[in-house]
Design a protein around this ligand. Structure first.
Ligand code: NI
Length: 139
């Protein structure tokens, strides 16, 4: 079993707000991040796929395919986007780093053709990141 990771970066803006809470609770919970005009982050994404090395190719999966998949499902959807307003997933879920990582997993996992998606690591800042391993992998 080999774990292969591709890293990519994208810029996006967001704000944190729960419509079920009062304006005062939102401000207390999210602080400056509650401002509806939003603010930006330079996200760093690491996508890890696990699998056996194919003896014919020497690879876990086609690297071009993985790059194209991340381009189509993450970059096209999220790069230079206002996550709250431009992604349907964040009409219902608050676009925290946690929920953005889960959304990236949901977009990628069903479309990995060889091997399995193992981990989505998403850095919001150089000193804050989230790891997501999928809902059934909670060991
Ligand atoms: Ni933020």
């Amino acid at each position: 079993m080999v774990f292969l990771t591709r890293q990519t970066e994208f810029a996006a803006s967001h704000f944190l707000h729960n419509p079920a809470l009062s304006p005062e609770e939102n401000r207390r919970l999210f602080g400056k991040s509650n401002a509806p005009s939003g603010h930006g982050h330079n996200y760093v994404l690491q996508v890890t796929v696990r699998g056996e090395v194919d003896p014919r190719t020497g690879m876990v999966l086609d690297l071009k395919e993985l790059k194209d998949l991340i381009e189509a499902e993450v970059m096209q959807a999220m790069d230079h986007r206002f996550l709250n307003h431009e992604l349907p997933a964040f009409a219902a879920a608050i676009p925290t780093t946690e929920n953005v990582a889960v959304e990236i997993w949901r977009r990628l996992a069903p479309r990995i053709s060889t091997g399995q998606l193992h981990q989505v690591r998403l850095y919001e800042t150089p000193d804050l990141f989230v790891d997501y391993f999928g809902e059934t992998n909670g060991r």
